[in-house]
Each structure stands twice: as structure tokens, then as C-alpha cells.
Design a protein around this ligand. Structure first.
Ligand SMILES: Cc1cc2nc3c(=O)[nH]c(=O)nc-3n(C[C@H](O)[C@H](O)[C@H](O)COP(=O)(O)O)c2cc1C
Length: 356
């Protein structure tokens, strides 16, 4: 099956085309430091062609959930280093997903000098989680000044440098699911009239500037980007336009980053156009409502709809997912109750069914 064949991304050879999708597991402490057992969690899943880590804040001000890890202090970086070592020892490759939650965050997460930043002062019409874990109405964010935009770009680039220094193979920029970058891309959340809004090129500019700066610091071949055009999660209400995404891909392609990772809840002509505009290094996540069976996912690779497929929840409950698929061993079901709580439970206690 083509899905089990090698693939080269950013100069590194992935042993198969099954990518572990980024999944927040909320086990970090209040300082954003992951527990040591997180290294065992990721090591167990090193059979994936590539592991993409749980979403990780590039700065204190990017945090929007209790228990998410950071990539902006030495203590945080030390654990990432141990994680990278364990994954590499077992023959895996790993990128760290960097996420700034923008208006989906809450001021209770960060010290007073940080503001809740977004492209425009438009609150999400939903409840968010505060630092105590309570459900509270989303706050009105502050429209980021140009200086603050530059600071966020610098934070992402510095976090990318830390990730590489920790020994990780690269970083995935989280431009999906209604968080800060997606908020810049969408016309419903970006009402700016400066160069970071107002047109398709303006809405795409923040992501382009951010990726460009990161590429200067760590090299384009160590950067991936996740997008979810048309996704409604986090009150985005499908407020995306094809023009912005096509413009974004046109601007990014020459930079030479390693991949584009697209969430495709349903197939739309835009996904096909994005793939055409992008070329090779196209990861697809069929997410929740799409196919999750091996034969269906392999068909997407065989038909060149995607070069690689990312899989989320099946990797939670099947650490040796690829080996099971290869041997035809039935998959274990996941338990949603321990997605975000339970410390080691639900994280490292799903047994492997194969010896590899
Ligand atoms: C527990 C959980 C946490 C998630 N956290 C993230 C995240 O941190 N970043 C992200 O981009 N997507 C996140 N997602 C979405 C997954 O990457 C993936 O798109 C989704 O699970 C659908 O794929 P699946 O049907 O194979 O599970 C999360 C999903 C789950 C179930």
C-alpha cells in the first residue's frame, strides 16, 4: 500500500506516510512544562512517519488552555529535548506545533503585561476556558498594534529556534481551527484597514510575514503550516474566502517550507486548488466526518489527493497504529474521558498489540 511507503519531507525521510496529528492533552504544569512521562507517550508513537506534537504556546501571552505546554523557557525546552531524544531513539521524527490562541484565550492565563490580542476587537460568541478551568464568556480582545504583531512574529521565531535547539525536527505553525493565525485569515475576524487586512493579500500577510521570519531563523525545510479553510470551530462560522487561501499558498510556495497540512472536513474544490497551488508535501486530515479506515485513507494517497495522511484519535488509543494496520490487527477504541485529564492514564497506558 502506498500509505506505507517512504516519503521525503524537508530533506528527511519519513518511513511511511501516516502522520500523527497534533493533539492537545493538557498534562503540562502551570509553568507550561510537560511531565517526563510525555516523552514515553511520544516514544510509543514513533512508528508514525512523523509525529506532530500537541499545540504549544510560543509565549506566555499565547496560552489559552490550562495544561498546554510552552516553548519559551529553558525548563520547557529541557523536557522537549528529552522527548526529541526518546522519539529519535525509536526511529521517529517529530515537529512541535506552535499555537497562539488569540481571542480564544483568556487574560487569566497570563501576567498583567500581556493583552488578549487578535486582529480586531471582535469577541468570539462562545464560552472559553479560564485559568481555573471554568467556562466563561469569551473576552473582547485588543486589536494588535503593528508593534505587537512584530512581537508575536518574534515570539514564534524564537520558539522555533528553541524547538530546533531541543533537537526536534521542525515546527508546525498552527494556522487552523479559529486561533490567532486563522483569525487574521478570515474576513469575519479581521476588519483591519492597515496592511494586515482589507484584502486577500492583507489578510494573508501576517501568516506570510511570520513564516518568512521563522524560515530566516531555522530554515524553511523545518517548517510546516496547518490550515482549516472553511472550518467553523471556535466561532469561525465559515468566514473564509478562497482568494485569501489561494493567495497565501502562492506567497508561501517560493519560501520552500516542508509541508502544508489541511483539515478537510468535507471535500471542496478549494482543497483541490490548494493542493495544485502547493505541489508536493501536502498532508491531509479528513477530520471527524471523513474517512478513517485504512483502505479509504490509502485511496486518498493512491489517487494523489494527498501525499500524506494525518490521523488523530486512533493514535491516542493505538500507539503502534501503523504496525497494527500493516498486520491487520483490529484497532482499540479511544476513551474521550481521558483526552484532557488523567495524567499517565489515557496517555501512556494504551498497550501496543505488536512488537514493533
Ligand atoms: C484530544 C484532541 C486534541 C486536539 N488538539 C489539537 C491541537 O492541539 N492542534 C490541532 O491542530 N488540532 C488538534 N486536534 C484536532 C486533530 O489534530 C485532528 O484534526 C482531529 O482529531 C480529527 O482527526 P481524527 O478524526 O483522525 O481524530 C485535536 C483533536 C483531539 C481529539
Amino acid at each position: 500500500m502506498k500509505i506505507f511507503e517512504e516519503y521525503t519531507l524537508g530533506g528527511k525521510t519519513l518511513k511511511n506516510r501516516v502522520v500523527m496529528a497534533p493533539m492537545t492533552r493538557n498534562r503540562a504544569d502551570a509553568s507550561g512544562v510537560l511531565p517526563d512521562y510525555a516523552a514515553e507517550y511520544y516514544r510509543q508513537r514513533a512508528g508514525a512517519g512523523l509525529i506532530i506534537s500537541e499545540a504549544t504556546q510560543p509565549s506566555a501571552g499565547g496560552k489559552g488552555y490550562k495544561g498546554t505546554p510552552g516553548m519559551h523557557t529553558n525548563d520547557q525546552q529541557s523536557v522537549w529535548s528529552r522527548i526529541a531524544d526518546r522519539v529519535h531513539e525509536d526511529g521517529g521524527l517529530m515537529y512541535c506545533q506552535l499555537m497562539h490562541t488569540g481571542r480564544i484565550g483568556h487574560t487569566s492565563f497570563f501576567p498583567k503585561e500581556w493583552s488578549l490580542l487578535a486582529p480586531s476587537a471582535i469577541p468570539a460568541q462562545m464560552n472559553v476556558s479560564d485559568a481555573e478551568g471554568n467556562d466563561v464568556p469569551a473576552e473582547v480582545p485588543v486589536a494588535a498594534s503593528r508593534k505587537q504583531i512584530q512581537e508575536i512574529i518574534d515570539d514564534f521565531a524564537s520558539a522555533a529556534q528553541r524547538a530546533v535547539a531541543a533537537g526536534l525536527d521542525g515546527v508546525e505553525v498552527h494556522g487552523a481551527n479559529g486561533y490567532l493565525l486563522h483569525q487574521f485569515l478570515s474576513y469575519g475576524t479581521n476588519l483591519r484597514t492597515d496592511e494586515y487586512g482589507g484584502s486577500a493579500a492583507g489578510r494573508a500577510k501576517f501568516v506570510v510575514d511570520l513564516v518568512t521570519e521563522m524560515a530566516c531563523r531555522i530554515g524553511p525545510e523545518k517548517i510546516g503550516l496547518r490550515l482549516s479553510p472553511g472550518g467553523q470551530f471556535n466561532d469561525m462560522q465559515k468566514l473564509d474566502d478562497d482568494e485569501t487561501y489561494l493567495h497565501l499558498v502562492k506567497e508561501l510556495r517560493p519560501i520552500g517550507i516542508s509541508y502544508l497540512h489541511v483539515l478537510r472536513r468535507r471535500s471542496t474544490p478549494l482543497h483541490v486548488k490548494l493542493h495544485e497551488g502547493w505541489g508536493t508535501g501536502f498532508i491531509m486530515n479528513t477530520g471527524y466526518m471523513g474517512p478513517s479506515e485504512l483502505t479509504e485513507l490509502n485511496a486518498l494517497v493512491e489517487s494523489d489527493e494527498a501525499d500524506l495522511i494525518s490521523v488523530g484519535r486512533n493514535f491516542i488509543s493505538n500507539p503502534d497504529l501503523v504496525a497494527r494496520w500493516k498486520s491487520g490487527i483490529p484497532l482499540s477504541p479511544w476513551n474521550e474521558d481521558t483526552f484532557y485529564v488523567g495524567e499517565e492514564k489515557g496517555l501512556i497506558d494504551y498497550p501496543a498489540a505488536t512488537s514493533k
